[in-house]
Structures are given as C-alpha cells and as structure tokens.
Design a protein around this ligand. Sequence first.
Ligand SMILES: *Cc1c(COP(=O)(O)O)cnc(C)c1O
Length: 397
Amino acid sequence: MPSANKLQFILDERARLEREGLLIHIRTIGSPQDSWIVVDDRRVLNLCSNNYLGFANHPKLKEAACRAVEAFGVGPAAVRTIAGTTVLHTELEEKLARFKGVEAAVAFQSGFNANAATIPSLVGKGDLIFSDELNHASIIDGCRLSGAEIVRYEHCNPASLEQKLTERYPSGSPNRALIITDGVFSMDGDIAPLPPLVELAERFNAMLMVDDAHGEGVLGRSGRGAVDHFGMHGRVDVEIGTLSKAFGVVGGFAAGRKIIVDHLRQKGRPFLFSSALTPADVAACSAAVDILQASDDLVRKLWDNTRYFKRRIREAGFDTGRSETPITPVMLGEAKVAQQFSRRLFEEDVFAMAIGYPTVPMGKARIRVMISAAHSKEDLDFGVEKFARIGRELSVI
Ligand SMILES: *Cc1c(COP(=O)(O)O)cnc(C)c1O
C-alpha cells in the first residue's frame, strides 16, 4: 500500500502561498454594500468595492427585484435555450442594446462567462488572438478555451500591436484574427487607446473585442462605456460588459453586431449549458439601465468624487500611477508595506485592499482605492486623512 498522502500537493501549495505572502484571507461582510459596511463585525469606510454608482443597495433596484420575485419566482429553472428565457431577459437585452448604441445584446450569468462564451465562438484552432498583456484573467481563460494561438502585445501600445499583426497576420491569411483589450484596466485604472486599435483592426481586417467591465457606468455619456467615450460606435465588433460592477447586481453581457450576438446564442457554451440569470437579477439590472437612461447625475457624482479624492490624495504626497478613472492605485512599492498599510487602515476603520505580486509587477504593490458615487465628501476626507496619517507613520510620504 502506498503511504503517501494523495492530497499532499495541496498542503505543499498552501505552504508556498503562505511563505510568499500570497495566501488569501477572505473577509465576511455583514451589511449591504454601501459607502460604509460591516466587515468582520466592524463598521468601516468602504474603499474597495466595484459599486461605482451605489446601485448595489439602490431602492429602485431592490424594488424591481422584489416585484420580479413576486411575478416570476426566484429561479430560472432552466438554461436560456430550454425554458430559462423570460420576457424580463429579452427586455433587459433590448435595453442594453439601446443604451450601448449597438444592434443587439445578449446576457450571461457573469462577465467571466461572457468572455468564456464569446471568445471561443469567434476564433478556434489555427486562428490568432492579439491580446493586451494586462488583460483580465477571464479574457485569458476565454482565449485559452478557444484553442487559438495567443499573441500578447505590449500594454496599451498600438505600435506593438501593429508590429505583431504585420509579422503574424499578413493580408491573405486564411485564418481569422481577433484583437482583444480591456476598456479600462482594473489594476491601474488606465484606458485602452481605442481609436488606433480600431484603425489597426480595420486595416488588418481583424475582429475587435473590448471588455468594458470597468468602463460601463463610468465612461462615456451617462456611463455608456469606453466606445462611447471615444466616439467609436459601430467600429468595435463586440463589447463585453458586466452587470456586477457599476450596474450593482450580477451577470454579464455581449453587445455589438447582431450577426455576432445571434451567433453567441447558438454557440456560447455558458449560454447553452448553464442556467439563466434569475428574474430578480435581470429586473434589477433593467432598473439600473432605466436610471442611467433618465439621468447622468450618478455618473457626474462619481467623477466629481474621483477628481476630489485624487487631488486630495496627491496633495497629501501619494503617487496614483497612471490612473485616468475612479480606480485609484495608491502606489507603495513593496508588498509588505502595502499589506501593513492595509492592516493599519482597517484598524482606523478604512477598508481598502493591498494588491501585490503576481497581480501587479514586483515592486509595484499598492492599495487600490475604488471611488463610488455613494461616497460623500466627508467620507473621502476621512479616507484621505487616514491615508496621510498612516503614510507618515510608515514613512512612505
Ligand atoms: C470584473 C471583470 C470581469 C468579470 O466580471 P464578473 O461579472 O464579475 O464575472 C470580466 N472582465 C473584466 C475586464 C473585469 O474587470
């Protein structure tokens, strides 16, 4: 009988994560998502949620969800293609398409699933994907699932993309090519240079996909996203969105040319083989789109807060990297410093996460502050004051 523990590999891996300071500790939230939340029984200022517009606990969304539960129950009971598509689903998809200014949209259970459905439906073995080197993990997994060859280009660098396209995808190539970029990059808060990427996609006859998870509800008119921000309507083949960040609920979608969206309903495996979003999710998301269609007040408040916090945190002596959006990295250098900083913030009633290698490069550890329209100026003042105090205490400013 072999005596070795067949699960030893898990213990080894856990020991490695612990040794390298990469072991994840999960905090438990005991309140709705808002500007202040209860974390591990402590009431703290929330500076790390993706709840950009405060929709996660918005009365109109909650009311829409409750009404949907009354009318349609709690579960979808099937995948979309069998009996899981309610009128609420098609209504949301129509609203999303109108909001985004595209021909059609299709909803998925998450942004992660939207990528897993879309990328393998567009390219396969023998094809090429040109992917920004800092693209989100769900894009990378979608690319791997497709079986296409992945060619990484330098972050936000159209010259690097052009060089790779020239080398690998000369005109007359028999196979397909797909260029993929995040609209807004989640760790640095910088925006992809869409106009030159669009031009390259058109010149090389490649498909272009933008994952705008952090752009929706944030960039463009009333939060229509990165494509609207750059005025690139009709020139991006497909956009991926999430309903779990600015939209405040859960789910994802693909939006763009009708021919692609119809194709995803035939081919997208998470669409075909995983159950639909629940009626409550879909109705709440619909209410979020309605609010954005009616007014840009929340988006304005988000940007007002963002400018205010960034100015104050820079005045306090901190470096916010290359951020152009409400994602505000406060650069601290060493992972150990960032971890200690985050711990001290929590003791001072501020909840903000440290992010280190391998999520960001070695020596570029940071606290990632997420600004929301739900914050008041007093909340932001409170946060800056605590950052400044701890910054002096740890000699980083
Ligand atoms: C968060 C994120 C996703 C995943 O979205 P979920 O709805 O949480 O699954 C996908 N792509 C990008 C770029 C993201 O930032």
